[in-house]
Design a protein around this ligand. Structure first.
Ligand SMILES: Cc1cc2nc3c(=O)[nH]c(=O)nc-3n(C[C@H](O)[C@H](O)[C@H](O)COP(=O)(O)OP(=O)(O)OC[C@H]3O[C@@H](n4cnc5c(N)ncnc54)[C@H](O)[C@@H]3O)c2cc1C
Length: 475
């Protein structure tokens, strides 16, 4: 029987273990090693005083089906909940107030004319400049480009500052000047290439949608909400995976400190001196941690992994009595452009976005701190972070109430940065890993979202099952 060791018990490592377990038909013995006391990595949910607080991710995209399919396979269908789409509004902090993002803005592109024309967020000149997209020829060059460069080129600087940078860079907590568009939103590049521009693309796609005569799509099957979560928090998913795995194969609270070759296999040394032997190793750790572990196996691969930069963030969740908040919480929250020089980068109104996040008569909000431009803020202690979040919510939402619940989560070097050229860098990493005979999985490579990480775990499991996971040449 083939012995596989998976190092890192976040969702990528758990998904790899799950698919090996489900599809391996007993031919694989798998050991999952996690340095933290619990499995799940960045997926961590606290259930306290009737609140459900997400420390890391709060939902997953359903247009990439890996996460929703896994939840269904784990028997969690009845726990899936979508966003409260009737309340889907996002605000942008701009010129001293929260202004609604115009209805119909699809991440960076306006798709509806009237709400966009009448919105106060963008100046008349800024709107005119965005409209110029129709006349700007597509770029001849096929290479990667930063988000900033692309948006400035097509839609102008104001669209970048007020819409694209806070919305997209907020997701990636990245520096938009160096965020690879090819690795994050290739569909915008494709739209430009196929239709000649973004607005031209929107018009063409609208024309292509079959209508039932009422101006509505004739497709009557209701699609699941674009973002979904689990009633008791996303941790339900990682708990359900752990429950499916063989408990003898789970090693928590043990850090892998080195991996060395041993004939055709590997020896994994754990802290406190234990050693494990495996025929194959999957590294589902952050790229910088993987770099240390593969140093003995292939130093070139280690160097390539170190080139993926990470930044730190923190989330501060605050629970309030609803009647003590004057703010209507009439949306999913707000984002803050960098040009506003505030201390938080975004705030989610969690109990509006999802049901089952706060007990009756209460509300839950979550502020984000740090990211590529403000990592130093995360170095403060929890009390200081909570005080900073409260002060920002006072200034921006008029919140003066004392929270009944405060939860701070610190994410040190937790957010991989998909810098321009990321795709080529990862192709080289994949090639080196294949040659070294090891597998890599996780949010550093082919997508940061939960569905991407699950898909990555499934891909690695499949390669191991097919016996195509690398020849194992020395580095
Ligand atoms: C605040 C925040 C909000 C997010 N929001 C969303 C969202 O809403 N939707 C979404 O889809 N994605 C979101 N993401 C991204 C997503 O959560 C991550 O990309 C994903 O969870 C990463 O999973 P992973 O398994 O690759 O890594 P991790 O979860 O980081 O798992 C890696 C594991 O390796 C372990 N480890 C490290 N070194 C060792 C070692 N030497 N030995 C043993 N174990 C080790 C770590 O303890 C960790 O558990 C968010 C991320 C953050 C930080």
């Amino acid at each position: 029987m083939k012995q596989v060791a998976i190092i890192g018990g976040g969702i990528a490592g758990l998904a790899t273990a799950y698919y090996l377990h489900e599809r391996g038909r007993g031919a694989i013995v798998c050991t999952l090693i996690e340095s933290a006391p619990n499995f799940g990595g960045k997926i961590t949910s606290a259930r306290e005083k009737g609140f459900v607080v997400e420390g890391g991710p709060d939902s997953f995209l359903t247009t990439k089906p890996a996460a929703i399919e896994l939840c269904r396979a784990l028997g969690l269908s009845d726990q899936l909940i979508g966003t409260n789409d009737a309340g889907r509004r996002v605000f942008v902090w701009s010129r001293g107030q929260l202004r609604p993002m115009p209805d119909g803005v699809m991440l960076i592109i306006p798709t509806k004319v009237m709400p966009f024309v009448t919105a106060s967020l963008i100046s008349p000149l800024g709107k005119l400049r965005m409209g110029m997209d129709v006349f700007i020829p597509p770029r001849a060059n096929d290479g990667d480009e930063s988000l900033s460069h692309f948006v400035r080129r097509r839609l102008g600087p104001e669209a970048l500052d007020k819409i694209a940078e806070p919305m997209i860079a907020g997701i990636y907590v990245a520096d938009a000047e160096n965020l690879s568009l090819k690795s994050t939103f290739p569909r915008f590049l494709e739209m430009e290439k196929k239709y000649g521009g973004l607005l031209r693309g929107v018009i063409a796609q609208k024309r292509a949608v079959p209508s039932n005569g009422n101006g509505k799509s004739s497709n009557v099957k209701p699609a699941p909400s674009m973002f979904m979560t689990l009633r008791g928090g996303l941790q339900q998913m990682t708990e359900a995976i752990v429950a499916r795995l063989n408990h003898d194969s789970l090693v928590a609270n043990r850090r892998a400190v080195s991996v060395t070759r041993d004939g055709a296999g590997y020896i994994i040394a754990l802290d406190e001196g234990a050693r494990l032997r495996a025929d194959h190793v999957v590294f589902a750790t952050p790229a910088y941690a993987t770099a240390e572990l593969v140093q003995n196996i292939n130093p070139t691969l280690a160097d390539a992994l170190r080139a993926i930069r990470y930044v730190s963030t923190a989330t501060v969740s605050l629970g309030f009595k609803r009647n003590e908040l004057a703010h209507p919480l009439d949306g999913f929250g707000f984002v803050v452009p960098r040009s506003e020089h505030r201390q938080i980068i975004a705030c989610t109104w969690s109990s509006t976005k999802f049901n089952a996040r706060a007990p009756a008569g209460h509300a839950l909000v979550r502020a984000f701190i740090g990211g590529a431009h403000a990592e130093h803020l995360v170095e403060q202690d929890d009390d200081a972070l909570a005080a900073m979040a409260r002060e920002e919510l006072r200034a921006m939402m008029g919140v003066t109430a004392t929270p009944v619940l405060t939860k701070v989560y610190r994410w040190n070097k937790a957010n991989p940065q998909y810098a321009v050229g990321h795709q080529a860098r990862v192709a080289e990493i994949d090639r080196l890993a294949q040659r070294a005979g090891v597998s890599l999985a996780g949010g550093a490579y082919h997508g940061v979202g939960i569905p991407d990480c699950i898909q990555d775990g499934a891909r690695v499991a499949e390669q191991i099952l097919q016996g195509s996971s690398g020849a194992g040449e020395p580095g």
